[in-house]
Write a protein that binds this ligand. Sequence first.
Ligand SMILES: NC(=O)c1ccc[n+]([C@@H]2O[C@H](COP(=O)([O-])OP(=O)(O)OC[C@H]3O[C@@H](n4cnc5c(N)ncnc54)[C@H](O)[C@@H]3O)[C@@H](O)[C@H]2O)c1
Length: 391
Amino acid sequence: MKVIGLRENYEIERKPRFDFFNLLNVAILQVSRQYALGIKMKDIVRWGIVGAGGIARRRTIPAINEISNASIQAVMDTNTNGMIDLMKEYDIPDVYGNIDDMLRNADIDAVYIASPVLFHKEQAIKILEAGKHLLIEKPLGIHASAAKEIMECAKTKNVCAGVAMVMRFHDGHQKIKEMIGHKDLGEIVSCRGQLTCWFPPMEGNWRQNPAISGGGALMDMGIHCIDLMKYLMDDRAEKTVGIIENKSFSYPVEDSASFMLKMKKGATCYIDAYFNIPDQAAKCFLEIYGTKGSIIANGTIGQDGCGDIKVYIEQEDKGYESSQVRNKQAEAVNMEFEQVNMYAKQLSEFSECILTGKEPRTTMEDAYDTMKIIDAVYESAKEERVIYLYN
Ligand SMILES: NC(=O)c1ccc[n+]([C@@H]2O[C@H](COP(=O)([O-])OP(=O)(O)OC[C@H]3O[C@@H](n4cnc5c(N)ncnc54)[C@H](O)[C@@H]3O)[C@@H](O)[C@H]2O)c1
């Protein structure tokens, strides 16, 4: 079927859906949302990039370049050094040193923000006010209150708005989520996660300045574990307690964050986020334990979509074993998964959301909820007490 888009320049090839009746409800919901958002049909989303630094250059720009439903129309950075080379390398038509100029470009449909955290709120609101779709890097805002302002603004606009939480796009994590959803592990009782990197003091680095970053290892790395655990268990935290400190480096953001989350459905989560463990020494484990089994993932929390995942499922209902002899390794099965480019998958899916009206994988509401948890962990550490999130 060929659908002619409202913009004359674009046509869209739509493959026939093979299970029409089963998908009818979903399709009706998507179409009505699409109309509600006033989204025009076309086959490609033209992106503007705000903050063409580390993550944008290493991951997002190359990722957009390799997917079929998106292209890069413009990049904007307050530091325009090296921009010409970037434009040439990726065939990018426009470059800006100022976001207001970029937002006047009618050829930009959507904007991806990857600037330092302090600027997220002002830039996101400008983008939304300009009527552009928005994908914003984590953390959504420097505090939950900034995140809330972005979320409230997005609600009033007919655009697709979401947050880049890339760990959700790891194929193994997707399979773990399905297993948990099917109750293959029984009731989840405990979950542990770690994300670290070696981050010694660096003169002038914005991540080490709390006025620009909002915090250290928790804001930058712990956030991925919080989001991933919420996503895998389809759950939210109801209380938290944490320890935030500088064990190794004297910069004014924390190099060490350890905290617990008690989830609404009952699981207890333990998260470690550190800036002071050597990269190769850390294993970035994800461990999930339930009443019927466990999943131990090694190295899946990271940027490369790799790692290995072992699954242990108890085959029969057993009583209490008083001997407690455990001199044999349990029979674990290696989980098969595809090593995908998570950034490409994320950008492709978000572009598809814009084109079809589907809801993004990480909504503003979800990312705001995560920011409330982060604020609560800082508060818990400061006041040395348990913080309840929803009274
Ligand atoms: N999802 C992930 O895997 C991942 C990984 C790294 C960073 N991030 C997030 O991406 C964002 C950027 O991090 P980074 O590591 O790329 O930082 P970075 O310092 O490497 O790059 C930031 C870029 O923004 C530019 N910039 C500074 N102020 C600006 C402004 N006001 N407007 C526009 N551009 C401005 C800088 O010149 C720089 O090029 C942060 O929110 C960070 O948390 C996400």
